[in-house]
Design a protein around this ligand. Structure first.
Ligand code: 3PG
Ligand code: MG
Length: 396
């Protein structure tokens, strides 16, 4: 691999600065999803087992270079202690004497957590002076924050340039999974891309059609592609001004030998609310006063056949308005089909980005997928074919 792992750098007796992404959702002071916190445990444990001292660097939310008390990482000390089963010593600044004192006060088996890196004006500017001040605290840099790797910040990029560096266990697992899904996948490959808008995913679609054999388009995005083909979609969410762009993606796909799959039947309703009266109809028959809110069963059956013919699947975004019933049916059924093929050893399935994980959790299949990324924006940028600065800085 073109980057170091925890097995390639000397950690015994070293102070290891570990960039993690514990930007977790919180509600009224409580963490509502512990996933990102739980996922750093293998890295923390391995560093301590190898005799290193763990100092965590992380951001929380977007304080924009100022101290915003509600965005203090202090609120995560107790959840971290619960997840890691170790004492967490908090340093109320991420550089300078306060940080040094926290590191000095911690025992070898404790974990140090330093304050929100984004409280520093130099963090988002990737200021070399801030990277140098962070580097002065330790001996080795470990980046375990794949989900923040699309940011070229002092703690995600600059630090890797000034200290011996390595990818943490989670970072390495994310990179391996993504390589297996798009870098050098077993073919055929199918990508499922859903969500509301084509306009936010043009680069992603344009990149995918050159890399995958089948592209399934779902959600509101599919309506825009239908409009581009002259199909009437009534009052459905669609970006009519993106129709030419959709046709361009179609042409690009054709040239690259990628088949695009759109809904052949649809679930329509007159109102967008849970339990609204709905009908399954042919895609050509959408009434002018109806909205398309999900794909129909024939579409799902066709997708299952595509999945069964493929060896690798990469999934981003729901197929319908999955957050309200019954318009989660296609997403659930397709996700269950992917999960079953994965369990049978016939499919490598990788998913990530924004709503996707919530949709797969709701479908009860997250455990069955080969890999679910912790990343939102970073997963999308990676699907767009962009270099992630936090990953690039680890390469040698
Ligand atoms: C995320 O939550 O996606 C990451 O922590 C990155 O956060 P950001 O979008 O504020 O850079
Ligand atoms: Mg974000």
């Amino acid at each position: 691999m073109p980057w170091n792992t925890l097995d390639d750098v000397a950690l015994a007796g070293k102070v290891v600065l570990v960039r993690v992404d514990i930007n977790v959702p919180m509600d009224a002071g409580r963490v509502t999803d512990m996933t990102r916190i739980d996922k750093i445990k293998p890295t923390v444990e391995d560093i301590i087992a190898k005799g290193g001292r763990v100092v965590l660097l992380a951001h929380f939310d977007r304080p924009k270079g100022k101290v915003v008390p509600e965005m203090s990482l202090r609120h995560l000390v107790v959840p971290l202690e619960a997840s890691l089963g170790r004492e967490v010593v908090f340093g109320a600044e991420c550089v300078g004497p306060v940080a040094e004192a926290a590191i000095a006060a911690a025992g070898a088996a404790d974990v140090v957590l330093l304050e929100n890196t984004r409280f520093q004006p130099g963090e988002e500017k990737n200021d070399p002076a801030l990277a140098a001040a962070m580097a002065a605290l330790g001996d080795v840099y470990v980046n375990d924050a794949f989900s923040a790797a699309h940011r070229a910040h002092a703690s995600t990029e600059g630090l890797a340039r000034v200290l011996p560096s390595a990818a943490g266990r989670l970072m390495a697992a994310e990179l391996r999974a993504l390589e297996a899904a798009l870098g050098n996948p077993e073919r055929p490959v199918v990508a499922v891309v859903g969500g509301a808008k084509v306009s936010t995913k043009i680069e992603l679609l344009a990149n995918l059609v050159t890399k995958v054999d089948h592209l399934v388009i779902g959600g509101g995005m599919a309506n825009t592609f239908l409009v581009a083909e002259g199909v009437e979609v009534g009052r459905s969410l669609a970006e009519r001004e993106m129709a030419e762009m959709a046709r361009e993606i179609h042409r690009k796909a054709q040239k690259a030998g990628c088949s695009i799959h759109l809904p052949v039947d649809i679930v329509v309703a007159r109102e967008f609310k849970a339990g609204a009266a709905s009908q399954v109809i042919d895609v050509a028959d959408c009434p002018p006063d109806a909205m398309i809110l999900d794909a129909g069963p024939k579409t799902v059956a066709a997708l299952e056949a595509v999945f069964a013919a493929c060896k690798t699947l990469i999934w981003n975004g729901p197929l319908g308005a999955f957050e309200i019933e019954p318009f989660n049916a296609a997403t659930n059924a397709a996700a269950q089909a992917a999960a079953r093929l994965t369990r049978e050893g016939r499919l490598i399935s990788v998913a990530g980005g924004g709503d996707t994980v919530a949709a797969l959790n709701a479908a009860g299949v997250a455990e069955d997928f080969t890999f679910i990324s912790t990343a939102g924006g970073a997963f999308l940028e990676w699907m767009e074919g962009k270099d992630l600065p936090g990953v690039a800085a680890l390469m040698h």
